[in-house]
Design a protein. Structure first.
Length: 141
């Protein structure tokens, strides 16, 4: 049995919470109130920047992103605890729409399946939070 199984499950729960709150934010072009429960530092800042883009462009996102996250590494001896999550995000069913509901053309055509690498941390007395969330646009999965 994996001694870190419970912590890995908690990391994946935080990652799932982040991606769901991110999707709700982009679907409404408004910051989802749960986002800061799961995201911190660069991950939170990057999502806020993308959300600002959608607000400025008067666009939002529609559809779903399929995911396959896994905890790649976890260190439960450090303080804070640290983990790395890898994911294959498939955005082929995800599209940007304008205020009239019309689909906007992709700025970067090509594969819509990319690796996402994230890092998470948890203070010994806290909850897991995602600290970085990097879409590796040059790596397809």
């Amino acid at each position: 049995m994996d001694p870190d199984a419970a912590e890995k499950a908690a990391v994946l729960k935080a990652y799932e919470g982040l991606t769901e709150a991110e999707a709700r934010s982009y679907a409404t072009a408004k910051l989802d109130p749960e986002l800061e429960t799961y995201a911190a530092h660069k991950a939170l800042a990057d999502i806020k920047v993308t959300l600002f883009y959608h607000q400025q462009q008067k666009t939002r996102m529609r559809g779903t992103v399929s995911r396959e996250p896994e905890v790649e590494t976890i260190d439960t001896t450090s303080d804070p605890l640290e983990a790395t999550i890898t994911d294959c995000a498939d955005s082929s069913q995800y599209e940007e729409i304008d205020a009239d509901g019309k689909v906007r053309e992709l700025k970067s055509p090509g594969p819509r399946r990319h690796y996402v690498t994230s890092t998470a941390q948890r203070a010994r007395t806290g909850e897991w939070k995602i600290y970085t969330y990097t879409i590796e646009r040059d790596r397809t999965c």
